[in-house]
Design a protein around this ligand. Structure first.
Ligand SMILES: *Cc1c(COP(=O)(O)O)cnc(C)c1O
Length: 380
């Protein structure tokens, strides 16, 4: 074949041929309950402090920022100590432009050609994309019918596939299911037996929404140098637009991520915004308690109407099942309520919004599927 010099071919990687960029639809409707954002905008006090911090950072934008963002890592370590009672050193903290970039760093450092990443579906639909983008083979194990993870099945999958990276979302997206400590310990033990090594990332993007008594994997960091726990400021913190995710692990784990990050990946403006916001952590997180209550009430309301609802430790609820979930999703959208068509066949996911938004969702759902309270909660 001779080259057409007027129209040279683009040497696209074959595995990317024909693919569309992935993402939730961004539609302009009154009630947005589709991407698990915090429905409460930052207060005026937060806005003022962040704006002042950005102004200060702007004065030195002719210079590159601190490549290792020591001050931000210290602030994040302090925040985690308050949130979870687990104290880590700043050298054990890593940050990036959203936890999706964190995951990319993990796969760049520990995945790659000839290596395998493993997770258990249904789970976060971005994981296979991070694997693809880093030329890491992707294996999807299965969760159980009730979306829990069977420790023995997890052990067997890890032994069979010998991955170098295991990704566990807890609370899981889109199901809301959190993992018990014993399950994470079983995975860590199986990972430690993989010849050549295997890291385990527990993605706690929704960690702050966990119900009382639900553990955080942060408590397991000690003694498990192959464990990392990732968090984000996008959800409970209400800062999705700032793009700040972070991870905690052993210093050796974090040092590996420092090798693969792009130089100056975290802009001076991003660092300033994150640090200013962290000063307001209690205020930014004030709604977490009411969002949790709102979630539990929504789970009850849906169950009272005979729907199946997955237990949720997150700020969203997976419910169903519908023969034609697309029609239900569309019916809600026609009434100005955008939720997410995601997860196993027949299920839909709705984020917990303000009480007004939740009311709008309930009204719309009642109209679309003709719901009536049955009076007896279906236990599932
Ligand atoms: C929303 C979400 C994230 C957060 O992504 P950011 O890039 O930090 O905004 C991470 N993991 C899961 C499972 C999520 O649902």
């Amino acid at each position: 074949m001779t080259a057409d010099l007027a129209r040279p071919a683009l040497p696209l990687r074959p595995e990317l041929a024909g693919l569309e960029p992935y993402g939730a639809p961004q539609l302009d409707v009154p009630v947005l309950l589709n991407v698990n954002e915090n429905p409460y905008a930052p207060s005026d006090a937060v806005v003022e402090d962040v704006a002042r911090a950005v102004a200060d950072a702007t004065r030195t934008l002719n210079r590159y920022p601190d490549r290792d963002f020591a001050a931000l890592r210290q602030d994040l370590a302090d925040y985690l100590a308050v949130e979870s009672g687990v104290r880590v050193a700043p050298e054990q903290v890593w940050a990036a432009n959203g936890s999706n970039e964190i995951m990319l760093h993990v796969l760049q450092a520990f995945g790659g050609p000839g290596r395998t990443a493993l997770s258990f579906s249904p789970t976060y639909s971005m994981y296979p994309e991070y694997a693809r983008d880093t030329s890491t083979a992707w294996i999807e194990g299965r969760r159980e019918e009730d979306f829990s993870l069977d420790p023995d099945a997890a052990r067997a999958a890890i032994a069979q596939h010998a991955p170098s990276v295991v990704l566990l979302a807890s609370p899981n997206n889109p199901t809301g299911t959190a993992l018990p400590t014993d399950t994470v310990l079983a995975v860590l033990d199986a990972a430690a037996r993989v010849p050549g090594g295997c890291v385990v990332v527990v993605d706690e993007a929704y960690g702050e929404f966990r119900r009382r008594g639900t553990p955080s994997a942060l408590e397991l960091l000690d003694g498990h140098p192959h464990l990392a726990v990732s968090r984000t400021m996008s959800k409970a913190f209400g800062l999705a637009g700032a793009r700040v995710g972070y991870l905690t692990a052993s210093t050796a784990f974090v040092d590996a991520l420092r090798v693969v990050r792009l130089p100056y990946h975290l802009s001076a403006v991003t660092q300033a915004v994150a640090r200013a916001a962290l000063r307001h952590a209690p205020e930014l997180m004030a709604q977490v308690g009411s969002l949790r209550d709102e979630r539990d009430a929504l789970v009850g309301w849906l169950r009272e109407r005979g729907l199946r609802v997955a237990d949720s430790d997150a700020n969203f609820v997976l419910f169903g099942t519908f023969d034609d979930r697309r029609a239900v999703w569309q019916g809600l959208l026609d009434r100005g309520v955008l939720i997410r068509e995601v997860g196993p066949q027949g299920w839909l996911r709705v984020s917990v919004g303000t009480p007004q938004e939740t009311a709008a969702f309930k009204d719309a759902l009642t109209q679309v599927v003709g719901l009536a309270a049955t009076g007896n909660e279906e236990d599932r």
